[in-house]
Design a protein around this ligand. Structure first.
Ligand code: ZN
Length: 214
């Protein structure tokens, strides 16, 4: 099922996600619905808060944008094929950030058409549960590292605008305020879209290469 994506102004985006204790059929269905919702919106990632649930679960798929946004992933110090790991469902993830930072433009599905530069760690260590219950650890760099940091922020109620410098935030402040007003007036809380809404098929690399929304 494709869910309506919660927009800025809805308080659920500021809620910390509850830890998931048991990966049951409900969580598996939720992960499938989150992936469907993410692909329908042409996003690279989606956190539970963005469909109205304060839970520690997020989905990421950077495979369609690897040509324009290089990424790297390794396990036990050995590089692994990112494509084989996408899409990824992260449950109760924890991050360790390397000191080195880089700045790049980010978008967020909860802030339609608002893009701004965000400084992020270039490499991260991730420890997370997967949908099959396995706990894995890996290192990520490039767009994968950026996307996971953006999503894990969502799970803690932190938004990309919190990470923008004051000049960037100032330049976007009018649009952010308008969005907040609309969001407060129309809280979505994960309301499913009307039945007539048909999700598009998973978009291929051709029409995804420019996206940075997550
Ligand atoms: Zn986002």
């Amino acid at each position: 099922m494709v869910y309506e994506i919660v927009k800025y102004g809805d308080p659920v985006l500021r809620a910390k996600g509850r830890r998931i204790e048991k990966i049951d059929d409900g969580i598996k269905q939720l992960a499938a619905d989150m992936l469907e919702t993410m692909y329908a919106a042409h996003g690279l990632g989606l956190a539970a808060q963005q469909i109205g649930l304060a839970l520690q679960i997020t989905v990421v798929d950077v495979a369609p944008v690897l040509n324009n946004h290089p990424s790297a992933m390794s396990m036990d110090g050995k590089p692994v094929d990112i494509n084989a790991w996408m899409p990824m469902v992260l449950i109760n993830p924890r991050l360790e950030l390397a000191a080195e930072r880089d700045v790049a433009s980010e978008g967020c599905l909860s802030f339609p058409d608002i893009h701004g530069d965000v400084s992020r760690a270039t490499t991260i260590k991730v420890r997370t549960q997967l949908l099959d219950g396995r706990e894995v650890a890996f290192e990520a760099a490039g767009m994968l590292a950026r996307a996971i940091q953006h999503e894990v922020d969502h799970l803690g109620g932190v938004l990309y605008i919190d990470r923008m410098n004051s000049a960037t935030k100032f330049s976007l402040s009018g649009r952010i305020k308008r969005l907040q007003k609309e969001g407060l007036a129309n809280p979505t809380q994960g309301k499913p879209r009307p039945a007539k809404y048909q999700p598009s098929k998973k978009p291929g690399p051709a029409n995804m290469e420019e996206t940075d929304e997550m």
